[in-house]
Design a protein around this ligand. Sequence first.
Ligand code: PMM
Length: 251
Amino acid sequence: MLVMGILNVTPDSFADGGINFDVNTAIARGRQMAAEGANIIDVGGESTRPGADRVTPEEEQARVIPVVKALAEDGFQVSIDTMHAETARLAVQAGATIINDVSGGAADPQMFATVAELKCTYILMHWRGHSKVMNSKAVYGDVVSEVISEVLAQVGKAVLAGVGRERLVIDPGIGFAKDADHNWEILRRLDEFTELGFPVLIGHSRKRFLGGAEPSDREASTVEVTKSLVGRGIWGVRVHGVKANVEAIRS
Ligand code: PMM
């Protein structure tokens, strides 16, 4: 199971309080995560915390591109966490090899064509809308089957746009338009996702459904969930606390 270390280059990220906002600090933090055993460094410049404001692609690019470039030049595998096709393109040109799109191609109509052209790995996450509206969309009959059918619909569109199926990673989008029960149900029934035949990424780290008032209170439960994922055919976990999660996987 791969470990993707989260490097949010934002002033308002909910889980790390925006401590990585300064570019040089972010680069140093990325290097530290790689040293702690992260296989991929996931660089993002737009907070997806519930209620967060959008950033313009230009602002996002100013935050992330120097960080992507420096870490890729160091030889680390870098993913770009963006919903903007143009940011994805610039990041890949700067050395990123994976596009991590929390909107699963739904936010930017150019995304799938861009991925098809860039021929990189694409993480397609389940998504029902931007941060300001997503909580109101956490309504399901059977959460697992609805998430799967919505993910597969986006997979179909990606393939139609020329994205090779072998380039796709899917992600159920823990915490995105889902309440706590939905998230736990997805984690219980992960087999239904892995059986689809795509690599599966899980991003549970420090999210609200784990309980605890502050994100920093959720590190122990994050590690417990990571442990519970070992041996279940998951491709990777996206986490803040690289060291503790790497140790949990290896133990
Ligand atoms: N969660 C966040 C941001 N990006 N990407 C993927 N693929 N999966 C996720 O679950 C995910 C993501 C929000 O969390 P953060 O603000 O702590 O990064």
